[in-house]
Design a protein around this ligand. Structure first.
Ligand SMILES: [Zn+2]
Length: 239
């Protein structure tokens, strides 16, 4: 498995993992990023427990999109969160990268078991509504398959609330931390940075005004839809 496209995928996933560190979202080894090659049915993800200082592109582990198992010949064990990533890739067909961190503000909201309200346009530019909070897992789900069932809980929450994962590119896990995703590993990292930024802004907003109101839907729609969707007009036209 050393052909060019898989090497490129490993490079992209390596770069995404290192960008999580540079962005200040990861302490110790508390984070991981992945990418998928849907044509070949392969997910590339950070190895488990490897320090970022020591991480090299060749250490990125390739696993099957169908089974989550490492491909034959892989030397390192994939991230322990691999089943969550694989579940999300299987069920959210439009995503190409995932980033999981324990970034401070977003994790604080997750530990407080609160979704992040949309208090302004910084948030609405990327999230068409709240940054959601999934339900906690049952003891049976935790014992039976904690990481896989974490993915299932995310997918269920999005289905039950009619959320489009491309319009809401991340979520909080109660008592845990955020997951973010995007079209590519790099965009997943960008969305993880945005989740952390809006989490910090929302926290400060509530400190300054405990009665702060959430952004009117018309402003949320305006800001999200001018950047996303068929009538988007933010930025330069795509050529
Ligand atoms: Zn975690």
């Amino acid at each position: 498995m050393s052909d060019h496209s898989l090497d490129q995928l490993k490079e992209a996933v390596y770069a995404a993992n290192m960008q999580l560190v540079r962005a200040g979202l990861v302490v110790l080894t508390w984070g991981n990023a992945s990418g998928v090659d849907r044509g070949r049915g392969i997910v590339a993800i950070k190895p488990s427990g490897v320090a970022y200082d020591a991480l090299r592109p060749k250490d990125i582990v390739l696993v099957s999109l169908e089974t989550g198992e490492p491909l034959p010949g892989e030397r390192l064990r994939p991230s322990s969160d691999t089943p969550t990533h694989v579940c999300l890739y299987q069920r959210f067909s439009g995503i190409g990268g995932i980033a999981h961190t324990h970034s401070r503000y977003a994790t604080s909201w997750a530990q407080a078991c609160r979704e992040i309200p949309c208090y302004g346009t910084t948030h609405a530019d990327t999230f068409h509504g709240v940054v959601p909070l999934c339900r906690p897992l049952t003891p049976e789900e935790i014992n039976e398959g904690y990481e896989w069932n974490t993915g299932v809980a995310i997918v269920e929450h999005f289905a039950a609330n009619d959320l489009d994962p491309l319009h809401v590119p991340g979520t909080l896990l109660p008592f845990h931390a955020p997951f973010a995703w995007g079209a590519t590993p790099a965009q997943a990292v960008e969305h993880a940075i945005i989740v952390e930024e809006v989490a910090g802004l929302a926290w400060r907003t509530e400190q300054l005004n405990p009665q702060a109101v959430t952004t009117p839907q018309s402003i949320v729609d305006k800001h999200f839809l001018r950047k996303h969707g068929k009538d988007a007009y933010y930025g330069q036209p795509k050529t």
